[in-house]
Design a protein around this ligand. Structure first.
Ligand code: ADP
Ligand code: MG
Length: 425
């Protein structure tokens, strides 16, 4: 165990080997050090992990980190262990010997940081056990999973409302990259911390070139977008599993290495695709939204949407997988009347409550406006998250090539009304 009385700066240098905190990290760390609750909003890659890892190593006791995905936990644990931090992950897929080792570490009080799935954390055995330990901080990572209106809702997260009762006086830090004000409020309410400090980083990613165009000849438009950076890793999002297969095949036929990825693939196919993607091969993953959380390859040069995402949040998360290394990256959204009609149709058919449908409807409408925006697209995107960008970004499609108001928007509207008239979906 290496936690104990050390200053955050010392831990940052000595354990993580970084020279200084980035952005809002220092403030987040200080807030937790004072024992206060905080909500941290930072884009993916912004450095949220350090906001709880550092206090966990400075304050006395073990840090608890709630995380929704086993793969995410395992990655973090492996990285921490390399730095000499005694970290472990407690979830449902452990081998008996791994579980026994973690239990032994827990008993001897040797663990610095324990990653844990929400259902594990709140199982009676675990809470009884942990209640007797000293806990330094409870981090709720990917906290938007608690919001039923978010795009990655995990019902298990709802139960985290009972944390203050179970662990009184332990500071909580909720972290997410999903920033719209509604989700933010939902998180604070659901966790019972309406007074928590909110630290909100800018979501502006100046290295992303964002563009949207009406869908004309999708394969040709796709090829053009992919060609911009030559042989590089790219992600293409499609609205259906069938389409990922079809598009991947189309790309392979054109000599571009592409793999489909969706929830219907066999586990070994998914693993193989992920492995190839992570290994750094220049390759195109053609995916449904199943290709998402935890995908962390820094050099993705291009993200294309062949169908419109359901909300600006989902769109932002997905294009945000490009250019994590800070180098320029290209994104393109293709939209068409059929998409919009289909999205509206699914919304109608969904089993969501009326209140939820209204929210989903509102998100869909903002997504449509964003697709059809004729002024700075970056400003329009950030406005969806309540962020006001003073000046036009100067490098999105609309800034670079100001459009007269005809740009297919009309064409899209006409197509849309045609679809409505014929009732096709
Ligand atoms: P997030 O959870 O917000 O997506 P991570 O915590 O995974 O982001 O951090 C993204 C990357 O940034 C990691 O590789 C991490 O090591 C690096 N990083 C974070 N904070 C710093 C810092 N203060 N100095 C240098 N690199 C940092
Ligand atoms: Mg993270």
């Amino acid at each position: 165990m290496i936690s104990g009385a050390r200053s955050p700066e010392a831990v940052l240098h000595e354990v993580f080997g970084f020279s200084s905190f980035r952005g809002l990290q220092a403030e987040a760390v200080q807030t937790v050090m004072r024992g206060e609750d905080v909500l941290v909003l930072m884009p993916t890659g912004g450095g949220k992990s350090l906001c709880y890892q550092v206090p966990a190593l400075c304050r006395e006791g073990m840090g608890l980190v709630v995380s929704p995905l086993i793969a995410l936990m395992d990655d973090q644990v492996a990285a921490l262990r390399q730095l000499g931090v005694n970290a472990a992950a407690l979830h449902s897929e452990l081998e008996p010997d791994e579980l026994a080792r973690i239990r032994a570490d827990l008993s001897s009080g040797d663990l610095d940081i324990l990653y844990i799935s929400p259902e594990r954390l709140l199982s009676p055995g675990t809470t009884r056990y942990l209640a007797q330990r000293r806990i330094s901080v409870i981090a709720i990572d990917e906290a938007h999973c608690i919001s039923a209106w978010g795009h990655e809702f995990r019902p298990e997260y709802r139960a985290l409302a009972s944390l203050p009762e179970l662990f009184p006086r332990v500071p909580r830090i909720a972290l997410t990259a999903t920033a719209d004000p509604r989700t933010r409020n939902d998180i604070l309410m659901a966790l019972g911390m309406p007074q928590a400090r909110q630290l909100i980083a800018s979501f502006h990613r100046p290295n992303l070139f964002i563009a949207a165009r009406p869908k004309m000849q999708e394969m040709r438009q796709l090829e053009e977008a992919l060609a911009r950076f030559g042989d590089a890793a790219s992600i293409v999002y499609c609205g259906s599993r069938n389409k990922t297969e079809r598009v991947a095949k189309g790309l392979n036929d054109r000599g571009i290495t592409a793999l489909p990825f969706h929830a219907g693939l066999a586990p070994q196919e998914k693993r193989a695709a992920l492995l190839r993607f992570r290994r750094g091969e220049p390759l195109v993953i053609v995916a449904t939204i199943a290709f998402g959380m935890g995908i962390d390859r820094p050099d993705v040069r291009c993200v294309v949407h062949l169908d419109m995402p359901a909300s600006p949040e989902a769109y932002y998360q997905q294009i945000g997988r490009a250019g994590r290394d800070g180098q320029p990256a290209n994104t393109l959204l293709l939209y068409g009347g059929e998409d919009i009609a289909r999205a509206r149709y699914w919304l109608e058919q969904s089993s969501a409550s009326e209140a939820e449908k209204r929210v989903m409807q509102a998100r869909l409408e903002s997504m449509i406006s964003l697709s059809e925006a004729v002024s700075c697209r970056t400003q329009a995107l950030l406005a969806c998250f309540g962020e006001h960008l003073e000046q036009p970004c100067g490098h999105c499609d609309n800034c670079l090539h100001p459009v007269s108001t005809f740009d297919g928007t009309d064409a899209a509207r006409k197509a849309l009304s045609a679809v409505y008239r014929t009732g096709q979906n």
